[in-house]
Design a protein around this ligand. Structure first.
Ligand SMILES: *Cc1c(COP(=O)(O)O)cnc(C)c1O
Length: 456
């Protein structure tokens, strides 16, 4: 399988080349040249374990990692999960919930980042080189990225977070990781300050090359690919229904786009129910065809508090008949005007998406009601999906994706009026030693820190 950019400036990459490039050099996103149809094979994979199924599905997209190696990398990545099924499916009232939070940081990003970390380590060892991963986080992504690469050879990771502005648990999930290759940087400033010095660091091309800077953000194709697997896995656990609906709590459109790929491959998903919080740029896009940026609001589901959905560009590429010229025009207009639209006539051709919004009140109410009715406790992100799913219920079975363990968001849980919940992984964090460095929001200080610490 080869990969090309949604903007047409890069093509002919292998899987590993695509993973190491991350964002395409022309500013676009990397997509496979074709999507294989596996509908004829589905019957024969029913007995596969999670890791076996992952190896089968990912092999369609990876031809530059030997099969036995790929299978080992996948096995290692998912051995860090605390459930034998990796992503179990559980019945909750009238729906089924796919639990994606059994990884080391209790959020769904582990599914992708445990795999990406394993791929990085193998490639770097093979090529005898090293990288410095640099990232900024407002909370969840940082800990999942750190968990994916801690202790790995040839990789340093530097994660900036706004000092004193993440939750105590979020900070501890990062700073209690004492592996030598992990560097937590508390930046005196806001998350925007962190992001802007991150951007500046990457745009200094000579520094970027000298220190082999790498990113692990959600546009990396390996992350999307790892997420395709659990849509198939869930279908088997549902008993292979003739069709089903999937409801996904959505921010950057990475998770739901992976489902879209699974559907293109022949998985009988009838439709996607896209769920957002009050940051509803995607709901507005799917209901009107207009993609327009607004200010970010803080909600109970912070991992979905985003302005711009970076993975949407991959979907636009398919929606626009793989026309890189049309994608480029759309993204250019959005970058300059903060707004772009596609004619509804185009959109209507693709009726596999419906969407809805749950505001803060509905989120808390859903946590409370579902708990009272079923005894199952939802985290606020999953509650957004559960609410929106309820507005689209009919006689087709619904699968709701659960993206975090409720204990990660104990404040919202207590505000919802449900009993407090803990998790042993989080409860023990307060006992552990921590390490971080506090730095000013200053480009030169960041660069010096990378220079110094990457040598050790
Ligand atoms: C990142 C995240 C999301 C949003 O996923 P996208 O792929 O960005 O749509 C939802 N819930 C949780 C808990 C997350 O960490």
């Amino acid at each position: 399988m080869k990969y090309q950019s949604t903007r047409g400036g890069v093509s002919g990459l292998s899987f590993i080349e695509a993973v190491m490039m991350g964002l395409a050099d022309d500013g676009g996103l990397l997509v496979p040249d074709s999507i294989p149809d596996v509908s004829g094979e589905l019957e024969s994979w029913a007995e596969a374990s999670y890791s076996e199924l992952a190896t089968i599905i990912m092999s369609y997209y990876i031809d530059d990692i030997p099969h036995e190696v790929l299978s080992e990398l996948i096995e290692t990545a998912y051995s860090a999960f605390d459930h034998p099924e990796v992503t179990p499916v559980v019945p909750v009232g009238d729906v089924h919930v796919l639990e994606l939070f059994h990884g080391p940081t209790l959020a769904f990003k582990d599914v992708a980042l445990q795999f990406l970390g394993a791929v990085f380590e193998w490639v770097l060892e093979r090529d005898e080189r090293s990288i410095n991963i640099v990232g900024a986080t407002s909370g969840d992504t940082g800990s999942a990225a750190i968990a994916g690469v801690r202790g790995k050879r040839n990789i340093n990771i530097f994660i900036m977070f706004p000092e004193g502005r993440t939750s105590a648990t979020q900070e501890l999930q990062m700073t209690t990781v004492l592996d030598r290759n992990v560097h937590n940087l508390g930046v005196i400033g806001s998350f925007d300050d962190c992001q802007s010095i991150l951007k500046e660091t990457f745009s200094d091309i000579s520094f970027k090359n000298e220190y082999a800077l790498a990113a692990v953000n959600s546009v990396n194709w390996a992350r999307v690919l790892a997420q395709v697997v659990y849509y198939f896995f869930a279908w088997y656990r549902l008993g292979q229904p003739g069709q089903f609906d999937v409801c996904v709590p959505t921010g950057n459109f990475g998770n739901i786009f992976a489902g879209y790929i699974a559907r293109q491959m022949g998985l009988p998903i009838r439709r996607f129910i896209l769920a957002t919080n009050e940051n509803d740029i995607l709901h507005r896009f799917f209901s009107t065809g207009v993609y327009s940026r607004e200010d970010v609001l803080q909600t109970h589901s912070p991992a979905m508090d985003i302005q711009v959905s970076s993975n949407l560009e991959r979907y636009l590429y398919f929606l626009m008949g793989r026309s890189t010229a049309r994608v480029k025009r759309f993204m250019k207009q959005f970058a300059s005007d903060g707004r772009a639209d596609i004619p509804m006539s185009t959109r209507v051709l693709d009726d596999c998406f419906v969407s809805g919004v749950a505001d803060n009140d509905k989120t808390l109410r859903t946590i409370r009601e579902v708990f009272q009715q079923t005894g199952y406790l939802l985290d606020p992100h999953t509650a957004v999906a559960m609410h929106v799913a309820s507005t689209y219920r009919d006689d087709v079975s619904q699968l709701v994706l659960s993206t975090a363990h409720p204990a990660k968001f104990s404040e919202a849980i207590s505000q919802s009026g449900t009993p407090e919940v803990g998790h042993s992984t989080l409860d023990q964090l307060t006992e552990l030693p921590t390490r971080k460095q506090v730095i000013p929001a200053d480009l030169d200080v960041l660069k010096n820190t990378i220079r110094e610490l990457s040598q050790t």
